[in-house]
Design a protein around this ligand. Structure first.
Ligand SMILES: Nc1ccn([C@H]2C[C@H](O)[C@@H](COP(=O)(O)OP(=O)(O)OP(=O)(O)O)O2)c(=O)n1
Ligand SMILES: [Mn+2]
Length: 591
């Protein structure tokens, strides 16, 4: 995907996160609850009778042994084997996936099946008669649920929030629906009846028993503002997006306008540490947007000038919605986060984290390995089908995860520089990345190579790599050559001579001198600093990447209609100048 496109999506997503609000739940009275339970128990008895011999197709999820195992841990299903507790026998369940993490859905499905229940993989109105209940995300509201399920009104089966299911699984019994039932949306104005009509689009001829009951008792919800009608939703979000699309960020309002040096103290490290762990977990389970949401919130919390002392304070931060505010508040109050503990005790999450740390393996590969029953790095070594990169990643697992002291990165830079100079006089070889930003430790070394005469860089790439291999410095290749335009990149592993040396990741990038200014900015980073520069560019009809800075770019939405023209930027300083921002030394770009 185009990086600019990702920037745009990330930016708007952040915005939308900020726009989402949570409203407090009102509870049903005991009488209301009794009526409700009575209705549902009657309805479900009737359904069970009806379903005998009913030909409607149901798909039963195959409980794969590993995921059942993992969920056993996730829900503390130990000691008593859950299979002995068939709490969902004769229950036909549909889980509306919107808003529930993929992994959680899989766990639910496996657990329900193990507890004797039947999962409907597909929903359409014909299965309604046979369903026992519908599970929805805790944040779901009635309008949205009806819309997603293509229902004209609240269905005649209980619609229950997923936390009810979690509690049932944990306690190994069917708990009362209260307070987990999804209720009909009520208006903010007083004319409840009117609103009920419009909000539920009560178009069904002769309202159902449930509908009548709800109307009579004026049951109200809760999350009404989160996602109401389409029109309301569009009216709320679209203008904000339009306003932002049209906005021009002035250079002085640029996201990274502050130097990263002497960063503000973080008054909420306990919170950001735990949320970081959550974000990492979501990354390893391929839940990119959730991970992004957490990262955005973490940034806001880091910048917050004092310890967070209330839920409202947490909720007021950019990027923090109600559910995240709940978590922040939970940490602030108790020093713990149940959800994180759940993750930590969940085998699958832990194994996915372990596997996504293998160089060359992403979340999908990690999941595939997990599904094959592999659990440890040794399992991978012995049983997995590995690419050549993953073989290196597995063999050097611990060493490649270890960050090196910056002094060692300096030594590696020196070896590459001396080899390059011995091939071509006057060559420039500069370690960029975290090393150039002055970080105390480096994950890898990113050496940028060029020649000021504008032509001698050509042909150096293969000579340099060969030389470093012959000397035994480069031990493994990950990507032998990756060509983008006029730049060539090598990704591999090196090891300095001497005792107690570890294998380290090394990238070597050879660029023409004409692209050196932009390449230096790009490979020095940080990645966040680069994103902020690209965002700034967009507001000035420019574009920036590792090759060039262009002006006069014409965009329509995420597309570039006109590519613009290259501005000569021979030095890093000239890039900043063209962007109309003051030069920022590398150590002040560590955002
Ligand atoms: N998605 C990315 C990845 C990298 N980069 C740029 C900025 C980084 O600073 C530089 C080097 O990438 P690294 O992944 O090596 O990151 P760092 O060197 O900053 O950190 P580390 O110490 O983890 O290597 O490339 C980027 O702009 N966007
Ligand atoms: Mn690096």
């Amino acid at each position: 995907m185009d990086e600019e496109f990702i920037d745009t999506i990330s930016f708007f997503l952040g915005l939308i996160f900020t726009e989402i609000h949570k409203f407090k739940h009102k509870k049903m009275s005991a009488t209301e609850l009794n009526l409700f339970d009575k209705h549902f128990s009657m309805a479900s008895r009737k359904r069970i009778l009806e379903t005998k011999g009913n030909p409607i197709k149901r798909t039963k999820t195959e409980p794969s042994s590993d995921s059942v195992e993992s969920s056993k841990e996730c829900f503390a299903f130990n000691k008593v084997d859950s299979s002995e507790k068939k709490i969902f026998s004769n229950k036909y369940i549909y889980i509306l996936p919107a808003g529930i993490e993929k992994m959680r859905i899989n766990i639910f499905k496996n657990q329900i099946t193990k507890c004797g229940g039947t999962i409907y993989e597909q929903f359409d109105s014909t299965v309604l008669n046979t369903l026992s209940f519908i599970i929805v995300d805790d944040k779901m509201d009635t309008n949205r649920m009806c819309k997603l399920l293509h229902l004209e009104s609240y269905p005649t089966v209980p619609v229950v929030k997923s936390s009810w299911l979690s509690s049932c699984l944990r306690e190994k019994k069917i708990l009362p629906f209260e307070p987990y039932l999804l209720r009909i949306v009520e208006s903010h104005n007083d004319s409840t009846d009117n609103h009920l009509k419009s909000s539920t689009k009560a178009t069904s001829p002769g309202p159902s028993q449930l509908q009548t009951f709800l109307n009579k008792n004026k049951i109200s919800d809760s999350n009404s503002n989160y996602s109401s009608s389409d029109e309301e939703k569009e009216a709320g979000i679209k203008p904000v997006i339009e306003a932002l699309t049209n906005s021009k960020v002035k250079p002085e309002k640029w996201i990274c306008a502050q130097s990263s040096k002497n960063p503000k103290p973080n008054f909420n490290t306990n919170i950001t540490d735990m949320l970081e762990e959550m974000a990492k977990t979501y990354e390893s389970t391929n839940d990119k947007w959730r991970a992004f949401g957490y990262q955005k919130a973490i940034k806001a919390i880091r910048n917050y000038p004092k310890p967070i002392t209330s839920w409202e304070e947490a909720k007021s931060l950019p990027g923090v919605g109600g559910r995240l505010a709940d978590k922040i508040w939970e940490i602030a109050q108790s020093g713990e986060l149940r959800k994180l503990k759940e993750f930590e005790s969940c085998e699958m999450t832990q194994v996915l984290k372990l596997f996504t740390n293998v160089w060359g393996a992403g979340p999908q590969t990690a999941l595939a390995w997990y599904q094959q029953g592999l659990r440890t790095i040794d399992d991978l070594k012995q049983k997995a089908h590995l690419t050549s990169q993953q073989k290196v990643g597995v063999r050097l697992y611990d060493e490649l995860l270890d960050r090196m002291p910056r002094e060692e990165a300096g030594e590696i830079e020196k070896v590459v520089r001396e080899a390059a100079e011995s091939i071509q006089e006057g060559i420039i070889a500069q370690a960029c990345g975290s090393y150039r930003r002055g970080k105390a430790t480096c994950g890898d070394v990113d050496v940028l190579v060029t020649h000021p005469d504008g032509k001698s860089h050509k042909g150096i790439f293969f000579k340099l790599i060969t030389k470093l291999k012959e000397s035994g410095f480069l031990t493994d290749d990950l990507v032998s050559v990756e060509q983008t335009g006029n730049q060539k990149k090598y990704l591999g592993v090196c090891k300095l001579e001497g005792p107690n040396r570890k294998h380290r990741r090394l990238d070597i990038i050879v660029v023409p001198y004409s692209e050196y200014g932009c390449a230096l900015v790009y490979f020095t980073g940080s990645a966040h600093f680069n994103r902020s520069l690209r965002h700034l560019c967009k507001t000035q009809n420019m574009s920036l990447n590792e090759h060039a800075l262009k002006i006069g770019v014409v965009r329509k939405g995420a597309d570039k209609i006109y590519e613009g023209t290259i501005v000569q930027t021979p030095t890093e300083e000239s890039v900043f100048e063209a962007l109309k921002i003051p030069y920022r030394p590398p150590e002040e770009r560590d955002h």
